[in-house]
Ligand binder design. Sequence first.
Ligand SMILES: NC(=O)c1ccc[n+]([C@@H]2O[C@H](COP(=O)([O-])OP(=O)(O)OC[C@H]3O[C@@H](n4cnc5c(N)ncnc54)[C@H](O)[C@@H]3O)[C@@H](O)[C@H]2O)c1
Length: 451
Amino acid sequence: MNQKPRIITPDQFSRRSFLKRGSAALGGAALASTLAPSRFALGASGGDEIKLAIIGCGGRGSGACAQALNTTNLGPIKLVAAADVHEDRMNSALKNFESKFDERGRVSKENRFLGFDAYKKAIAQADVVILSTPPGFRPMMFEEAIKQGKHVFMEKPVATDPAGVRKVLAAAKVAKEKGLKVGVGLQRHHQKGYIETVQRLHDGAIGDITSMRAYWNGNTPWLKKRADLEKTYGRKLTEMEYQMRNWYYFTWICGDHIVEQHIHNLDVINWVKKGYPVKAQGMGGCEVRKGEDYGEIYDHHAVEFEYEDGSRLTSFCRHIVGCWNSVSEHVQGTKGRCDVSRNTISPTTGDAWRHKEQGDKDPYQQEHDDLFAAIRNNTPYNEAENGAMSTMTAILGRLATYGGKEIEMEKALKSEVTIFPKNLAWDAEMAVKPGPDGMYPRAIPGKTVVI
Ligand SMILES: NC(=O)c1ccc[n+]([C@@H]2O[C@H](COP(=O)([O-])OP(=O)(O)OC[C@H]3O[C@@H](n4cnc5c(N)ncnc54)[C@H](O)[C@@H]3O)[C@@H](O)[C@H]2O)c1
């Protein structure tokens, strides 16, 4: 590449792609009509106790809640409400909070909400909400939290399809207008080694970034088999309950592992490039991880993303045991190369540089420290737009591997193909269901219509 790369920022991309179409089309008008001032955002005393609610009391939600409750050096904070769809998951998380944080982690019986609408009630009790359900539910929950005027920490990914991404982008805009603070669980942005490395790259340490690589090659995170679940609960599970309990393997709720995990690596490359890919093509499938309980997702994806300046990102993610594993990001520049994940820069001339860890804070804690400092000091803080666009980057990759075609970001973002169920109920008729052999159909590249 001879010409200076043109850089496209998150703001520019979203303005060009959707905001010019008007916020009403994105649902923003409905949200904006309920603008209500937020207590902390509008400068109430930083000494006030923050009321916290958790929606989705699982593994990461428990971690995020503890990290939020650990921000007492910034001011008092108490968990006041919880919501989940599964009573067993909520009870075990609440028991832990209570034993770890005593009164500050105790949620009264009246403020424990169960069911598909429980999130609305929990949000109503709080100043700040943690959204940590599986990602398919994030857009509707984020929209509701912003509508109710609450600050948010939400886990990545923030959606599983383009319609969900649009909803998050619209709500992110309203959050900014209302002065609400939003953190997204892409914690590498709060990790000292990454921050310093990316800053150096932005300062030109290796010139223009001309090619990139990102990997999440590892093993299957977990599996909940239908037979085991039915044995545990002593009853037959409806299809909805089975898919919710074994959520990793269903695209409408998880996004596939390219979205659920690999988003972290794709997001780092977007950060380095200060923008988002304009198109992608790729291939993938399910080669090894087969069986009735492995749902509809693939076990590998290989995608080539192209950025506005013509530079390309090669991305691999794989869940197959016994293969080469790596969770990392690397970039090549006109004047050197960088292993971003190892915080190491090797210029073509001069000495290599490596970030030295000296008491670096756990990024999961740091992201909460940063969010709560912004809430208490009423300083601008909105990670939702980048969270939505990095989620969309990963979704674009999945659309490319499922469909087998080259797909443009702008077209994908406008797609009306939605995979989220129309009816959320335990006995709902599911669009995704097993065939007569018990196996779930998977996308067939070249045949499946994805946008
Ligand atoms: N940032 C990170 O490094 C990181 C690490 C792990 C997980 N995560 C993300 O955190 C999210 C949760 O993952 P997890 O591992 O904690 O999953 P999990 O299954 O342990 O927890 C999910 C919880 O949400 C509940 N839930 C499901 N649907 C719900 C609904 N509609 N309303 C209310 N509650 C609902 C479940 O019952 C469960 O308690 C995912 O988006 C995941 O990608 C992020």
